[in-house]
Write a protein that binds this ligand. Structure first.
Ligand code: MCA
Ligand code: AMP
Length: 505
């Protein structure tokens, strides 16, 4: 029997044809039969554009019902969906085009498509908009494709890029069984109900918004309030209709900043779920005080979708990420992969049906990050108590998480170091009220101090805005240890209060 995840999703859609699949901010409703109708037409267009089983579809598109239909159509035809952040510049997208070598690139009408990297192999379409060459136009004239491509559980369903410590992005290969097993585990763990209404304001180019949140709803044929982006007023307006909300910690802190936000806004709410970045104990406590709800924090990764979760029933403890999901094994290990005693700090390692197949075209990198017994080395540092509850205490990898987006310092440093005015730089994350961590560049200038606008200008067309330093600090030299390695921990301590001044954005 085919293990194509699309079969499971389409079976759920068929069970509730007239139910709202997506409710949009402008009042429009997409029912499950309408979604299915669009998906089958999109599927035909994908096949017409050379998307065979295993072929990649790279998508840099704004969030809309059609963008979801594109993902679902790609699953149906057995393609591998490759979503990329809409904030990425043409230069960044060019890398993904080159690396993923997609059969089809679907991009924004007004977007800069990084055409330098498009080769004869890659067809291009815009998702919608005016004029010909749009996927929606082609779909309107297409005969629906009913067949779902035969796939095994181990076949590729998606490649999701995540930056590496060396600066080059790695494509995490997720299979149909990764997606399916994790979606089922989450629905069980979070007690998904037939009348649940999910409030969705996350982007759909990352695992959090696309897989974690949407699969729970789609697999049960339940309704999603589908907001095109995070706008705090819109979220407040729709909160009273929702029973589940998933967000990054910035969603929660921004809602807490709204004077009108209180328990009456959450009357139907069953559970608030947070992840992608650490939720502070202060936010957890403030939220409980204001709403009566204890936020359920969970821990995931692009490579593994969700690993652990606080319980739905039972104690949700602030500052912890809960227990291994059903079917998932988690251990805290030393540098050799040996389990450390309960309560000791070590690297979090994960094994189970959720764990990805490896990095696209990077067998050596893949081998480095797996143990011989199949555990994946996450690069997160954690502790586990005797009951199996996990807390994340730090990161072995040099990574910044800003508003739920990952920023790899190396990628930013490389570009800053190319500036003539700069001798060298160190990019760090320091506490930021809104984003959790804010990106800061410490630079050693060649002569005169390097001003922020100069750095902004140098990075402008090369790096997504969210990765760019919000503050640039000039120093005479960078602190180094005896091995010559920059001591970023000292820099993080020294500049910990940099964003405290509320005049800084
Ligand atoms: C936007 N900006 C940011 C960020 N987002 N700067 C730093 N960090 C950010 N996260 C900058 C923009 O570049 C722009 O700068 C200015 O803020 C306003 O942009 P806008 O788009 O209006 O931003 P926003 O609406 O304020 O967005 C903040 C946000 C968004 C809603 C928190 O970043 C967001 O949706 N984050 C969610 C990310 C996510 O889904 N992560 C999941 C990864 P300028 O004005 O200078 O141009 S998956 C994952 O981590 C695993 C699997 C897991 O466990 O979930
Ligand atoms: P990404 O590569 O975007 O999938 O980000 C995954 C990383 O986000 C993990 O390796 C963790 O470092 C971090 N992360 C996800 N959820 C949490 C959480 N609840 N608390 C702390 N860090 C988290």
């Amino acid at each position: 029997m085919s293990k194509n995840f699309a079969v499971e999703l389409q079976t759920a859609f068929a069970a509730h044809p007239d139910r709202a699949c997506l409710m949009l901010a402008d009042g429009r409703v997409w029912r499950f039969n309408e979604m299915q109708h669009t998906v089958t037409r999109f599927a035909r267009v994908l096949v017409d554009h050379g998307v065979e089983p295993g072929a990649r579809v790279l998508a840099q598109v704004d969030k809309s019902p059609e963008s979801l239909a594109l993902y679902l159509a790609c699953l149906q035809v057995g393609g591998a969906f490759v979503p990329v952040n809409t904030a990425y510049t043409a230069e960044e997208v060019a890398y993904f085009l080159e690396d993923a070598a997609p059969a089809l690139f679907v991009h924004r009408a007004e977007g800069n498509i990084g055409s330098t990297a498009i080769t004869g192999r890659t067809a291009t379409l815009t998702l919608d908009g005016s004029g010909s060459g749009t996927l929606t136009d082609a779909a309107n004239a297409a005969v629906p494709l009913i067949e779902v491509a035969e796939r095994t559980g181990d076949d590729l369903a998606a490649i999701v890029y995540t930056s590496g410590t060396t600066g080059a992005s790695k494509g995490a290969m997720l299979t149909h069984s990764n997606l399916s097993s994790n979606a089922h585990a989450l629905r069980e763990c979070w007690g998904w109900q037939d009348d649940d209404v999910l409030l969705h304001a996350l982007p759909v180019f990352h695992v959090h918004g696309l897989f974690i949140a949407l699969h729970c709803a789609l697999l049960g044929g339940t309704t999603t309030i589908f907001l095109s982006s995070f706008k705090v007023d819109e979220l407040l307006a729709h909160l009273p209709e929702a029973t589940v909300m998933m967000g990054v910690p910035t969603f929660y802190t921004r809602l807490l900043d709204q004077p009108g936000f209180d328990a009456t806004c959450c009357e139907r709410m069953r559970v608030f779920i947070s992840g992608s970045a650490p939720l502070t104990e202060q936010t957890f406590a403030a939220w409980e005080k204001r709403t009566g709800h204890r936020i359920l924090e969970r821990y995931g990764m692009t490579e593994t979708i969700i690993n652990t979760s606080n319980p739905l029933v039972g104690e949700r403890v602030a500052g912890t990420v809960g227990f291994a999901l059903p079917g998932v094994e988690v251990r805290i290990a030393d540098d050799d992969g040996n389990k450390v005693p309960d309560g000791d700090v070590g690297t979090i390692e994960v094994r189970g049906p959720n764990v990805f197949k490896g990095y696209w075209h990077m067998p050596e990198k893949t081998a480095e990050e797996f143990r011989a017994d199949g555990y994946f080395i996450t690069g997160d540092l954690g502790v586990m108590n005797a009951q199996g509850r996990v807390s994340i205490v730090g990161r072995a990898k040099d990574m910044i998480i800003s508003g739920g987006y990952n920023v790899y310092p190396k990628e930013v440093e490389k570009l800053i170091d190319e500036m003539h005015a700069v001798v060298e730089s160190a990019v760090i994350g320091v506490p930021h009220m809104d984003f959790g961590e804010g990106v800061v560049a410490i630079v050693v200038p060649a002569a005169d101090p390097v001003a922020e606008p100069a750095v902004r200008e140098a990075l402008q067309d090369r790096l997504a805005r969210f990765k760019q330093p919000k503050i640039v600090v000039n120093v005479a030299s960078l602190p180094r240890n005896a091995m010559g390695k920059v001591q970023k921990n000292l820099l993080r301590q020294q500049y910990a209060d940099l964003f405290d001044d509320s005049s800084v954005d």
